[in-house]
Structures are given as structure tokens and as C-alpha cells.
Design a protein around this ligand. Structure first.
Ligand SMILES: Cc1cc2nc3c(=O)[nH]c(=O)nc-3n(C[C@H](O)[C@H](O)[C@H](O)COP(=O)(O)OP(=O)(O)OC[C@H]3O[C@@H](n4cnc5c(N)ncnc54)[C@H](O)[C@@H]3O)c2cc1C
Length: 378
């Protein structure tokens, strides 16, 4: 029997993961990237158990994590360094923090290994429920499955009438890699909160640490590049030395939320940030794209009719995705909308809540989710 065919728009983390998993299962897959080369901005990325199991299944784990730090604790502290919350990791509940470039290179290598046809400079302009896909050069093609994995600002989800709302978000963030210094921990992420501003220290490799700064959109001084070191050092005195080592350049992003009324129509689906972008408060958006890609491929293995697979896929995966997105939103709300007189109450409440099983279960539900079709054995 001829292999089933998939055409995927967008060679980001989501598109590459789905393309590789389908090809691994015997599909003929073409992956379109509008840029003339595959590139990824190179700061770090949090990979949880769900994402790590996906990488193990694809055979991408070793390359993706070869330089990554193993994280034992994610700690939230106040601006002076006093701990407010700790989340520990362990076997079966792992977290690793590689450079994004390593993850991306590993996924590309596996996609190529399984024969995914990656086409650069290929701008997809539309797709439809009957499995038709249109390109900027005027050509069209057809596949059993067509997927829009074209990121948070997706144009393609519109062509299958999916967008429910897009919230441009009230927070923005700056990412950078800086040279490592031995006076910082190598297995603990520390997230410092000061009002609505946040500074995250992430151990990444032997050579570099990953810094993420966030502040409300409109906080012009905090959003400035090169980073205003005096401002951040004054706000976070506990890590003033670290701030003075910040890089000159970095990348500024608005932290957007996307919700879709539905993720599919007929033979067409949306995946990744195109379907459910969320602010990186829990570091789980890409991990969620991974589990959704895995589930889509697993369900398509069980049933050859993609038009019945896709509604089933949505039904199974939307609940976990909505949950992660909701908790990411709550987190951003608590961080960004707390009036100054209530900051002490916020700290005490978070400290107490974070020790409950209810909080642990909900905060980490996505991170601990076992992807469908995972080959990882633990
Ligand atoms: C500051 C920050 C930190 C984050 N940290 C984490 C983290 O630690 N852990 C985590 O799990 N997630 C994290 N995320 C989220 C994660 O980065 C995203 O969820 C993930 O990169 C989305 O991948 P994607 O493939 O869906 O979209 P994208 O990465 O946006 O990729 C879309 C691709 O599609 C291409 N494209 C667009 N339109 C077309 C078209 N019409 N035709 C062809 N190609 C097209 C684009 O060029 C791009 O290559 C973070 C996000 C931010 C902003």
C-alpha cells in the first residue's frame, strides 16, 4: 500500500516533531519552511518529562541534550533572594535545559534521517479541509493530512477558520545567553520576582547560562536593549553581580496567547503555537506541542481515516493543552497584576499554596504527561 502523505507548513519545533514522528511511522512527509534556511534563536529551553520522552521516541534525545544541564530545582524567590516556592525534579519527573540550537539541530537531523523532505523558501499561503495546500508560487498539492505549524502569528489557521482569539499579552520578555560563572548554581533555576518584573537565571551548559527577563509591555526601561543593567541590578540586589555580566544583545518578544475554537477541519489541522501559544511562564508550550504531535501520529496509526482521527485528537489533547495554558495564564496574572500593597500577601499565599498537592498536581500536569505512543521506558 502507498504510504500516507502529509504536508506541513512551518519547520519550527512543532512542525519538525510531527514531521519526524509521522515519517518514523512510515508516512511520506514534506515540511515547508518560508525562510531560506532553517534557523532558531539560540537561548535555552526548558524540557520536561513530556518533552524528553518525545525526544527519546524520535531518537533525538542524546543530540538535543548532550550539553544540557540537568535541573534539580526550580525556585521562585523575592527580589532579595528569599525563597517563595520550590519545585524539585527527579527520576520520572525530569527536567533538562539545553540550548535551543541543540534541540533544533537534533530534530532536523532526525527528520532528515527518516527521510522528511524539508523544503526551504517555501511559503504556504493556504490550506483547506479537503487536504489542499497552496504555495506563494501559485502551485497547489494535496495530501492525506495538511498541517499549519506556522507559529503564534499563523495566517494559515485562518484558512481553516480556527482562531477563537489572540491576546497580544501584557508581558514581554528578553532572552540572552551569558558566559557561565562558577558562583551560580548549576542545577537550580532561580526566578526572582520584583513587582511585575521578573529575572530568571537558568543554568544551561558548561560554558553558558540562560537569562530571561520579563516585564509588562509599556515598561520601556525594562524592555530596553541593550539591557539597562543599572535598573535590573537595583531591582534585584541579590544578583547584582550577575546583572552586571548581562550580554549587550538579546532578543525581545511579546508573550502572546492564542486560543482556537477548534484545531482541525476535514484533513487539515493546526499544531504548536499556531494552535495554543502561551506566555513561557511554565516553560511548557513547546513541550505541549510535542505531546500533541505524538498523539496525532499515534491516533493516525490506529485509524486510517484522518477525518475521524482529527476530531478524536482534539477531544483527547485539548483538555491537557487548555489546562497548561490556563495555569500559565494564572501565573502571568498573579505576576503582572498584583497591586504593590498586596505583594507581601502574594508571597505568603504562593509559599503556602505551593506546598499543597493540589498545586503541585495542577502546575505540573503538562510537564508530567506521558505522550501517546511514547517508546520511553522508565
Ligand atoms: C521567551 C520564550 C521562552 C520560551 N521558553 C520555553 C520553554 O522553556 N519551554 C517550552 O516548552 N516552550 C517555551 N517557549 C515556547 C516555545 O518557544 C514555542 O512554543 C515553540 O517554539 C513554538 O514552536 P512552533 O513550531 O509552534 O512555532 P514557531 O517556532 O513560531 O515556528 C513556526 C515556523 O513556521 C514558519 N512559517 C511561518 N509561516 C509560514 C508559512 N506560511 N509557510 C511556511 N513556513 C512558515 C516560520 O518561519 C517558523 O520557522 C518559549 C517562548 C518564548 C517566547
Amino acid at each position: 500500500m502507498a504510504p500516507r502523505t502529509a504536508e506541513i507548513a512551518g519547520a519550527g519545533l512543532a512542525g519538525l516533531t510531527l514531521a519526524t514522528r509521522l515519517a518514523q511511522l512510515g508516512w511520506h512527509v514534506r515540511l515547508h519552511e518560508r525562510n531560506d534556511e532553517l534557523r532558531m534563536y539560540g537561548a535555552g529551553i526548558w524540557l520536561w518529562e513530556s518533552g524528553l520522552q518525545t525526544l527519546e521516541t524520535l531518537g533525538a534525545f542524546d543530540q538535543a541534550t548532550k550539553r544540557a544541564r540537568t535541573i534539580r530545582e526550580w525556585r521562585i524567590a523575592d527580589h532579595g533572594g528569599k525563597p517563595l516556592m520550590s519545585r524539585y525534579t527527579g527520576p520520572g519527573d525530569r527536567m533538562l535545559l539545553p540550548p535551543r540550537a541543540d534541540l533544533y539541530a537534533a530534530l532536523i537531523a532526525r527528520a532528515e534521517y527518516y527521510g522528511v523532505d524539508i523544503v526551504t523558501s517555501s511559503l504556504v499561503t493556504g490550506m483547506s479541509a479537503d487536504g489542499r495546500i497552496e504555495y506563494a508560487n501559485g502551485k497547489t498539492s494535496r495530501a492525506d493530512l495538511v498541517v499549519a505549524a506556522d507559529g503564534a502569528y499563523s495566517r494559515l489557521r485562518e484558512s481553516i477558520f480556527c482562531t477563537a482569539w489572540m491576546d497580544f499579552g501584557s508581558q514581554a520578555g528578553i532572552r540572552m545567553l551569558i558566559d557561565r560563572s562558577d558562583d551560580q548554581p548549576d542545577d537550580t533555576i532561580i526566578e526572582y520576582w520584583h513587582g511585575a518584573r521578573r529575572l530568571l537565571f537558568n543554568p544551561c551548559t558548561d560554558e553558558q547560562d540562560y537569562i530571561f527577563l520579563s516585564a509588562p509591555v509599556g515598561d520601556d526601561r525594562a524592555g530596553r536593549l541593550p539591557v539597562d543593567r543599572d535598573l535590573w541590578a537595583a531591582d534585584f540586589p541579590a544578583v547584582a553581580d550577575l546583572v552586571h555580566r548581562f550580554a549587550e544583545d538579546g532578543r525581545w518578544d511579546r508573550l502572546v496567547n492564542v486560543r482556537c475554537r477548534r484545531w482541525s477541519a476535514g484533513h487539515a489541522a493546526v499544531l504548536g503555537d499556531a494552535a495554543h501559544a502561551m506566555p513561557p511562564n511554565l516553560g511548557q508550550a513547546a513541550n505541549t506541542a510535542f505531546i500533541n504531535a505524538m498523539a496525532l501520529a499515534a491516533l493516525a496509526e490506529q485509524n486510517k481515516d484522518i477525518t475521524t482521527v482529527l476530531p478524536e485528537w482534539e477531544r483527547r489533547q485539548k483538555a491537557i493543552t487548555d489546562h497548561v495554558q490556563r495555569w500559565s495564564y494564572y501565573y502571568g496574572f498573579v505576576l503582572g497584576h498584583c497591586p504593590s500593597p498586596l505583594l507581601g500577601t502574594r508571597a505568603r499565599t504562593l509559599g503556602r499554596l505551593s506546598q499543597t498537592q493540589w498545586f503541585d498536581r495542577n502546575l505540573n500536569r503538562g510537564a508530567r504527561h506521558q505522550p501517546m505512543g511514547s517508546l520511553a521506558v522508565h
